[in-house]
Design a protein around this ligand. Structure first.
Ligand SMILES: [Zn+2]
Length: 146
């Protein structure tokens, strides 16, 4: 596969999207707010490299994502009133992978939230630009001291 050509049309390699939806910018990875969130607080962890699947991730990228997950988990209780969260990662079309750049969904799950998420996963719609700005700002502010 030609990684450069693929990356050209990839939303997770688009600087404007990274700017608009970004909540954490690491050395090797980003955390973005999901454009079509299953519920409030649904973020995406992605490597900066344009790679398709889990098995292509490097150890250093995994390590940084692990650190990022720990940071995000710390702000979920204050922002979304829950300690619990779902990690969801799909590999290949048959598993339902929609963007050809590996991403982990990290979804806070409040009381009764898992049913809401299961339903939302089948009919996801994009949030407005204003809503995206509000939600990313809320997360960025909460993550600053961590
Ligand atoms: Zn990409």
């Amino acid at each position: 596969m030609d990684e450069t050509k693929e990356a050209y049309s990839c939303p997770f390699c688009d600087p404007e999207i990274l700017e608009r939806q970004g909540v954490l910018n690491g050395k090797l990875c980003h955390v973005l707010y999901c454009l079509t969130p299953s519920c409030n607080g649904n973020v995406l962890l992605i490597p900066k490299r344009h790679v398709l699947r889990f098995e292509e991730l490097k150890q250093e990228e995994m390590n940084e994502m692990h650190e990022m997950i720990r940071k995000i988990a710390k702000v979920f209780p204050q922002l979304y009133k829950t300690d619990d969260y779902l990690l969801l990662q799909k590999n290949g079309k048959l598993s339902g992978q929609s963007v050809a750049h590996i991403h982990f969904h990290m979804i806070p799950t409040a009381e009764g939230g898992i049913q809401e998420i299961s339903t939302a996963l089948h009919k996801r719609t994009a949030i407005s630009a204003d809503e995206m700005a509000r939600r990313t700002e809320e997360l960025r502010r909460a993550l600053k001291p961590i």
